[in-house]
Design a protein around this ligand. Structure first.
Ligand code: ARG
Length: 461
């Protein structure tokens, strides 16, 4: 039997494999509610414009409403033979209301229909991610405030570089997430135009009102070029791009949590709620949630890559390749949402080991820069010379296997005669962080101000 929605010119139905490769209903049923919203807006506009009789539009609207409830309750029977969500819904509409259902597709094509549905879905996903991102920022800023003065090593090249505070480190991620939110907002802003009414590709001869459907669906305006309307997937690329950058931020943080939770670092313990045990090694507490956040970032970036490659050679306008836009996007944005939820939970439960962090901050000559700065300030040495002198003192201490603060004054004066006993004050890690008062620096007072500022702004949103 040929397809009942478009099979007029076909003598027989598709091959089994044709049906399998062609059908998208297995995944695009996620667009059901968006499809119904788009159809209701379209039907109402058709009636208002006098293109479809008011009573037909009313029965279309009632039918679509009933189908929405069937889908939400799980009663709707999806059919692969009907290919996709658009034809599944339209076919069910015909069962429910009869021939009037056939009028819904006037001045419309699945090409503009799917573009509308997908934009609506991506828009909702962005809005959901924004709420979650704000939640994670709040959890981070709260922790940052609680640990504004907790000293830990700051690293470069994975080696202890200078002491910083745990709060300062957490606020770095608050900044990254703010940029992620802004990128997603940008993507939302650009995607918020309605392609409905572009029809197959060329527009339509019916006197439709595209402003009305755009407005009904919460779009800022209709898209301006019908060819672009049905072939544009920039909004997917852009959203996945922003999602990938966000996933990279989460992944970097996840990697740090994995490191901190190792017995070797011992900087922070993950709660039982976000750890797993080993089936063979009873002592283990594995940071699986953090590792999965790190792993899923790969999957999200993979979806972006797949989409780039699907789109790169497509001539205008619609080609069926574009049906491949959905699975990766659904998966990527839902994975990101899950990662954000897991991260928010982990951050809330994260318990830093303050002694371990502080001890590590002092080890590895991390206050060497403070010593060099002191030589500049107190002995008026040029920084380059101070750097050299400090390097010799570090060499001396490391040769003896002791810390800088354990060198005697006489030993220090052997390298730079002007050094006096005040130098010992800057060799402690607390003094070191307290001195970093430049804007954006790690001084606990700065961190407290920044954390409080963030919390106030997040609350006021
Ligand atoms: N299922 C299709 C998709 O997801 C809908 C658009 C079909 N358009 C077409 N000309 N065959 O892209």
């Amino acid at each position: 039997m040929s397809n009942k929605m478009w099979g007029g010119r076909f003598a027989s139905g598709p091959d089994e494999i044709m049906e399998e490769i062609n059908a998208s209903i297995g995944f695009d049923q996620k667009l059901a509610l968006q499809d119904i919203a788009g159809s209701r807006a379209h039907a109402a506009m058709l009636a208002k414009a006098g293109i479809v009789a008011a009573e037909d539009a009313a029965s279309i609207d009632r039918g679509l409403d009933a189908i929405g409830r069937e889908i939400e309750s799980g009663a709707f029977a999806f059919s692969r033979a009907l290919e996709d969500i658009h034809m599944n819904i339209e076919s069910r509409l015909a069962e429910l209301i009869g021939p009037a259902a056939g009028r819904l597709h006037t001045a419309r094509s699945r090409n503009d229909q799917v573009a509308v549905d997908f934009r609506l879905w991506v828009r909702d996903a962005i809005d959901g991610l924004d709420v979650q991102l704000r939640g994670l920022q709040t959890a981070l800023a709260e922790k940052a405030l609680a640990y504004a003065g907790a000293v830990m090593p700051g690293f470069t090249h994975m080696q202890a570089a200078q002491p910083v505070t745990f709060g300062h480190h957490l606020l770095a991620y608050v900044e990254m997430l703010a940029r992620d939110r802004s990128r997603l907002r940008d993507a939302r802003h650009r995607l918020n135009e309605s392609p409905l009414g572009a029809a197959a590709l060329a527009g339509t001869s019916f006197p439709i009102d595209r402003d009305a459907t755009a407005k009904a669906l919460g779009f800022d305006r209709p898209t301006a070029n019908s060819l672009d309307s049905v072939s544009d997937r920039d909004f997917v690329l852009e959203t996945l791009g922003a999602a990938s950058i966000c996933a990279i931020h989460l992944s970097r943080f996840a990697e740090e949590i994995v490191l901190w939770a190792t017995p070797q670092f011992g900087f922070a313990a993950l709660s039982d709620r976000f750890s797993t045990g080993s089936s063979i090694m009873p002592q283990k507490r594995n940071p699986d949630a953090a590792e999965l956040v790190r792993g899923k970032a790969g999957r999200i970036i993979g979806a972006l890559n797949a989409m780039f490659i699907v789109m790169k050679g497509l001539p205008l306008t619609y080609s069926k390749d574009m049906q491949e836009d959905k699975e990766g996007t659904f998966d990527a944005l839902q994975s990101l949402s899950l990662c954000l939820a897991a991260m928010t939970g982990m951050v809330g439960d994260l318990e830093p080991n303050l002694e371990r962090m502080k001890a590590a901050a002092g080890a590895g000559y991390a206050t060497a820069t403070d010593l060099a700065d002191w030589l500049v300030r107190t002995l008026k040495m040029p920084f380059r010379e101070a750097h050299h002198v400090t390097g010799r003192l570090v060499g001396l201490a490391s040769g003896k296997g002791i810390g800088l603060e354990e060198l005697s004054l006489a030993e220090m004066q052997g390298v730079a005669p002007g050094i006096n006993s005040e130098v010992f004050a800057v060799l402690g890690v607390d003094k070191s962080v307290e001195s970093r008062t430049s804007y954006g620096g790690t001084a606990p007072a700065n961190v407290r101000t920044q954390a409080e500022g963030w919390l106030a702004r997040l609350k006021a949103e």
